[in-house]
Design a protein. Structure first.
Length: 197
């Protein structure tokens, strides 16, 4: 499970978007190389105590996904669950935004633009026109990605827990890990080998 999470962290599109595409200074990567693991450690210090307290709740069989909401409610703290909900909504919204932008950039740069440039149907008179095309393609891709996400939720979302859906997406992203890691460290790696793998 730990290896799966580590490999998913390396291969998810949002990591590339934040570390490479949106990075404006190389020193940020150096700082993140030691600060980000500390951040992950700090936010996970509370996971085990919250999980243990949630399992001790007298509510029968509470949902582990909602421990951070049910614990304050069972203690009579009515304002804290609202704050937790707003924080969770903010984190989820930020993740969806970054992931959608990353995927739309990948769709426009790796799928649509190469097809348009090969087809020779794209007659551009200036670079501003190319920027306009890219922006339009990315906007359409964002709408399609969000619609696909909603369709997934409508068809499958209520059938499985949040943890199960997350593990399936982690496992899917991990399929790219061997090609990515071998491609980084072995000069003899080829695109054909990565595709066959």
């Amino acid at each position: 499970m730990l290896v799966l999470a580590f490999l998913a962290f390396l291969t998810l599109p949002r990591q590339f978007q934040v570390l490479v595409v949106e990075n404006v200074d190389e020193r940020h990567i150096t700082r993140a190389s030691w600060l980000f693991p500390l951040y992950l450690l700090a936010i996970n210090l509370f996971v085990i105590p919250i999980a243990m307290a949630g399992l001790l709740l007298p509510a029968g069989n509470p949902d582990p996904d909602s421990f951070v909401l049910t614990l304050p409610l069972s203690a009579g703290l009515d304002g804290l669950p609202l704050l937790v909900f707003i924080g969770g909504l903010s984190a989820a919204t930020g993740m969806v935004i970054v992931e959608t932008i990353a995927l739309s950039t990948m769709v426009s740069n790796q799928l649509v633009m190469p097809l348009l440039l090969r087809s020779k149907r794209l007659h551009l008179s200036s670079q501003g026109e190319l920027a306009g095309w890219l922006l339009g393609i990315r906007r359409v891709a964002i709408v399609l990605i969000l619609l696909l996400g909603y369709l997934y939720h409508a068809l499958i979302g209520d059938s499985y827990s949040l943890v199960t859906i997350g593990l399936v997406s982690f496992a899917a992203a991990c399929q790219f890990a061997p090609a990515m890691l071998i491609g980084l460290y072995w000069r003899g790696a080829t695109r054909r080998g990565a595709a066959l793998g």
